[in-house]
Design a protein around this ligand. Structure first.
Ligand code: T3D
Length: 263
């Protein structure tokens, strides 16, 4: 039987997705890409899921592309890495960015190559104190992909982005948090408790509203101020039509705890 490269559990509105190839630090092969696509599609279609939490099995989070899947022997056909990016990595990154719910990442160990940039593409990223981030691409002659050349300069500024990308140095979780690359660094034994607590909290909140916040902030990265004001108007119009907006206001007036349905 083939290995189950992605584990998916759904509980209390949270989909817990675990990258599960610990023997190779959860690096991506073709099967794992396919199972990841299928898991995200199930999550998107399931109205009970209101937050996604991604983590890795074993001691690593994800070491990017499985390099043992690439034939670089002398005389072997030159691989078309552009095709791999177009067919596998880019759709994955787009699906996480477009998912209409918060995507939380619990980086449990080393996150290298595409693995680092998948973690950075999530909406809220926590990391264990012993975890690390490596833009490993330059060490094998590649460029950061999975959105790295877009997200790094925006998260840490161009000077740090260029040094990270060109040196491929290991950055500790604490350094990543202090540079604003991630939300929080927590003690190793606290990581999953904290990440689940956060995911469950978010899953109890106005999901449609959170999805609109995500859309607005993502768009702000390329919009002008005027475009962003127009977008805020349009998205606030949508937010104002949700049941959760009415519930939030009613609960405030009635001095009670709101019961959000996510719509
Ligand atoms: O090809 C395309 O489609 C283009 C897209 C590319 C996207 C990318 O992600 S390119 C970048 C690929 N990733 C890397 O270059 C990282 C390679 N890995 C490392 O540099 C190191 O493993 C780490 C720094 C991540 C961790 O180091 P360490 O010392 O903690 O662990 P290790 O001993 O190197 O690795 C543990 C095992 O995982 C080891 O296997 P073994 O010896 O126990 O059987 C190692 O070979 C395996 N492993 C780690 N990373 C990968 C891997 N196997 C295959 N592919 C990997 N990426």
């Amino acid at each position: 039987m083939s290995e189950q490269t992605i584990l998916l559990e759904i509980e209390q509105g949270v989909a817990l997705l675990t990258l599960n190839r610990p023997g190779s630090l959860n690096s991506f092969n073709a099967d794992m890409h396919a199972e990841m696509r299928s898991a995200i599609s199930q999550i998107r279609k399931n109205p009970e899921v209101r937050a996604l939490l991604i983590t890795g099995a074993g001691r690593g989070f994800c070491a990017g592309q499985d390099l043992s899947d690439r034939n670089v022997a002398p005389g072997a056909e030159v691989p078309d890495l552009g095709e791999s990016i177009e067919k596998r990595y880019n759709p994955l990154l787009r699906s996480l960015r477009d998912l209409p719910m918060p995507v939380i990442c619990a980086v449990n160990g080393v996150a290298a190559g595409a693995g680092a940039n998948i973690a950075l593409a999530c909406d809220i990223t926590l990391a264990a104190r012993s975890a690390s981030f490596i833009q490993a691409f330059c060490k094998i002659g590649l460029i950061p992909d999975s959105g790295g050349t877009w997200s790094l300069p925006r998260l840490v500024g161009m000077a740090r982005a260029k040094a990270l990308a060109m040196l491929g140095d290991k950055i500790s979780a604490e350094q990543a948090a202090s540079w604003g690359m991630i939300w929080q660094c927590v003690d190793d034994e606290q990581l999953m408790d904290e990440a689940l607590k956060l995911a469950r909290h978010l899953a109890s909140q106005p999901t449609a509203g959170l999805a609109l916040i995500k859309r607005a902030l993502n768009a702000s990265m390329s919009n002008s101020f005027d475009e962003q004001l127009d977008l805020e108007r349009d998205l606030q119009r949508l937010a104002g039509r949700t049941e959760d907006y009415r519930e939030g206001v009613a609960a405030f007036i009635e001095k009670r705890k709101p019961e959000f349905k996510g719509r």
